[in-house]
Design a protein around this ligand. Structure first.
Ligand SMILES: C[S@@+](CC[C@H](N)C(=O)[O-])C[C@H]1O[C@@H](n2cnc3c(N)ncnc32)[C@H](O)[C@@H]1O
Length: 475
């Protein structure tokens, strides 16, 4: 990152989120090796940081231009030819209402676009960093992939790529993650205050060593096993998502939404109260018929099939699998054991809980048909489809996949396609990436999951679509 911004030996560098000063130390080494004079400016809001920066080997002279000020809301007056940053990663719900208001106002004024309020501080930091670049200046920015996957991403990157030149995006394969202990997929953006160009390098590092990456970027060696480079158009990358690999032309004609719809699992509002083991249920004396069998955690499903035996095993191990599923039956018409349990819930304040308040009556549970397939959308273990042979409904940790047709041959064929590794690999095209292999996919995005053409045709699934489209559109 430092090599990119100092490539032309500028006189000034800014690190707007100094921390312990890793970039200052690298920049100092780089300038010494290159034989040029560099003045380093820094920002942070944490007064303790200067102590840590000194402990990390920086001198008072190195730190003389560090100011303790908020970079976004109290920016430096001058512009810089080189900026390098590892910004604070503060998501929107950890910002105060006042901070959010100021930041949104700032983003609107700076970009002329509406940046959705779900943007975190690292998004506003990037806008401010770009505004602080002098003409021809360079910025290297390391940040979580959500900066190009969140709801605000289209507006943000539309603005950036209209005003600045995107030189590169550096990504890391699982074994090479720069922050291996953190559940986040980090990317580095290399941007210059130059007129935009149509193409840029999208780089994948397969090693944590710096030397192979530098050698490739400085064009001393061609890309190889340690570092791969895709030359991409900005237009394609923006529509695919900058954190995602380039899409081979027309990935597929078919998406999951052509064959099935997706719904989130049940939100109980209070699992401790509504979601019980058989032992708890029996102790309370509540009739078994008032419960539906449900799976509550991704971890409770170990493979890609879920059977009733698995459910019974979970119950034996003390995991809840029985969801108290009361409909709108009037309180007085419920069995006495249930009335007593609900009164106990009222004493515990359950009806006042946020999600439960709006329900009428408060104990009415959300309803889901049993879906033939479930989808585990986030977890340390990779996201996957699950065949629901147990006939259970999922709580909100899993999604429900409902095929458009109920005939068993259709469902079999669809399973063959969605459980195939090539389909699962396409998840990264529609999901948000986290650390390791974890991907988070929202229901609507999952419906956009491309199903590989060859698999759809081979399974015979396409015939249903054609037949149906000819007769009755089932979408
Ligand atoms: C991820 S750390 C930077 C790490 C740093 N590059 C290093 O070498 O250690 C982010 C830093 O941003 C600082 N910070 C948080 N909010 C800030 C703001 N509004 N303006 C400037 N710095 C801020 C934090 O105190 C923290 O030290």
């Amino acid at each position: 990152m430092v090599a990119y911004v100092l490539h032309r030996h500028p006189a000034l560098l800014l690190d707007p989120a100094l921390g312990e000063g890793a970039f200052f130390r690298a920049a100092k080494r780089y300038a010494e090796c290159g034989g040029f004079t560099l003045t380093m400016h820094g920002r942070d809001i944490d007064p303790e940081i200067l102590i840590h920066a000194r402990e990390s080997g920086l001198s008072d002279a190195d730190l003389q231009h560090v100011e303790l000020k908020d970079f976004v809301l109290e920016p430096p007056r001058e512009q810089f030819p080189a900026i390098v940053a590892n910004p604070p990663y503060i998501r929107h719900h950890r910002l105060t209402t006042e901070q959010k208001q100021l930041l949104r106002h700032y983003a609107q004024a700076a970009t002329g676009r509406h940046i959705d309020g779900r943007a975190g501080l690292h998004v506003y930091f990037l806008i401010r960093a770009l505004q602080s670049l002098s003409p021809h200046g360079r910025l290297a920015y390391i940040v979580s992939a959500d900066i190009c996957e969140g709801v605000f991403a289209r507006q943000l990157w539309g603005w950036i790529c209209e005003k600045f030149r995107l030189d590169g995006v550096i990504t890391f394969s699982t074994g090479a993650a720069p922050f291996p202990d953190v559940d986040t997929n980090a990317l580095i953006f290399l941007l210059a205050n130059e007129p935009p160009v149509p193409e840029f390098d999208w780089v994948v590092c397969h090693t944590r060593e710096t030397a192979p990456l530098l050698a490739v970027l400085e064009q001393q060696v061609p890309p190889g096993e340690a570092v791969t480079v895709h030359r991409r158009t900005v237009t394609e990358a923006l529509s695919t998502g900058l954190s995602r690999p380039p899409q081979a032309e027309a990935v597929s004609r078919f998406t999951l939404g052509d064959f099935a719809s997706v719904m989130r699992g049940i939100v109980t509002g209070d699992n401790d109260f509504f979601f019980l083991t058989s032992a708890q249920r029996d102790k309370l004396g509540i009739p078994a018929g008032l419960f539906v069998r449900a799976v509550g955690r991704t971890r409770d499903v170990s493979g890609d099939h879920l059977t009733l035996d698995d459910m019974d095993r979970l119950d034996e191990n003390g995991r809840p699998t029985y969801l108290l599923s009361l409909n709108g039956t009037a309180f007085d018409a419920l069995p006495m054991s249930v009335q007593q349990y609900l009164r106990e819930g009222e004493r515990r304040g359950i009806p006042e809980k946020v999600l439960i308040q709006t329900r009428k009556p408060w104990y009415r549970m959300e309803h889901r048909q049993v879906p033939p397939f479930l989808f585990a959308y986030l977890g340390r273990r990779s996201s996957r489809f699950i065949r629901n042979q147990a006939g259970v409904v999922p709580l909100t940790c899993l999604m429900c996949i409902y095929p458009h047709l109920t005939d068993s041959a259709f469902i079999e064929r669809l399973w063959r396609v969605i459980s195939h590794p090539e389909t699962v690999a396409n998840l990264r095209l529609v999901g948000k990436s986290y650390g390791g292999d974890a991907i988070k996919v929202e229901p609507r995005a999952l419906e956009r999951l491309p199903l590989p053409d060859a698999l759809v045709v081979e399974s015979g699934l396409h015939q249903y679509l054609q037949q149906k489209q000819g007769a009755l559109d089932f979408r």
